[in-house]
Design a binder for this molecule. Structure first.
Ligand SMILES: N[C@@H](CCC(=O)N[C@@H](CS)C(=O)NCC(=O)O)C(=O)O
Length: 219
């Protein structure tokens, strides 16, 4: 009998990626909610390098970093449901490239651009806009995002589709707008309309309150 645990936080886009991947594979798991202001000994033991959630613990062995956890889930439970990553090695490499781009560039730019004020924030907003232009051009091609079935990058991209608009409301800074990025919004609208995705996203009002409290910015 296998044991699957997820150490996470209900409102985290990274925790949700792992939960969504496990559910797509039809797997049961135990979710352990962490308090990031008072991290548990388990979290520090399982992720001693970054000390971050999410951590997947499979039969006592930890795996960290949400996109790597998704790949682990896909490889470990190959027989369960559809593959999350394409089977073709070239396509897999493309998917990994964009997942890394979103995590390294997009996620990193958001805090500086959306949750700060002043000159630095203006520069960060310009940088975020440039990164979004790259994403817009890739998403519009519809090869890797927004296909018939939910893709690996759709799940990674939920950060853009769902979290960024809410973070914009938290900070009162708007970079990702429908006018400037119609392709991203078209993809996001379709993705967020998916019944399975809707069921697995945190409540918007609750998330907004949590982010306001965490980042100390009032709307
Ligand atoms: N690249 C990581 C990011 C995970 C991450 O940023 N987790 C945040 C919560 S959303 C965290 O644990 N922060 C705690 C800290 O930085 O001390 C992933 O994809 O898993």
């Amino acid at each position: 009998m296998q044991e699957i645990k997820v150490f996470g936080v209900w409102g985290s886009p990274f925790s949700r990626r792992v939960e969504i991947a496990l559910k797509m594979k039809g797997l049961d798991y135990e979710f352990i909610e962490e308090d990031l202001d008072n991290k548990s000994d388990h979290l520090l033991m399982y992720n001693p390098v970054h000390k971050k959630i999410p951590v997947l613990v499979h039969n006592g062995k930890p795996v960290v970093e949400s996109s790597l956890i998704m790949e682990y889930i896909d490889e470990t439970w190959k027989e369960n449901g559809l593959p999350l990553l394409p089977t073709d090695p070239y396509e897999r490499a493309q998917v990994r490239f964009w997942a890394k781009f979103i995590d390294d560039k997009m996620v990193a730019s958001v805090r500086a651009a959306l949750l700060r004020r002043g000159e630095d924030s203006e520069k960060a907003k310009e940088e975020m806009e440039e990164i979004l232009k790259v994403v817009e051009s890739e998403i519009t091609k519809r090869d890797l995002f927004g296909g018939e079935k939910l893709s690996f990058l759709d799940i990674i991209g939920l950060f853009i589709a769902y979290w960024i608009p809410i973070i914009q409301d938290v900070g009162g800074n708007y970079v990702l707008t429908r006018e400037k990025f119609p392709g991203i919004y078209e993809w996001a609208d379709q993705l967020l309309d998916d019944a399975f995705i809707k069921e697995n996203l945190p409540d918007k009002a609750k998330l907004l309150l949590m982010l306001q409290a965490r980042f100390g910015v009032k709307v």
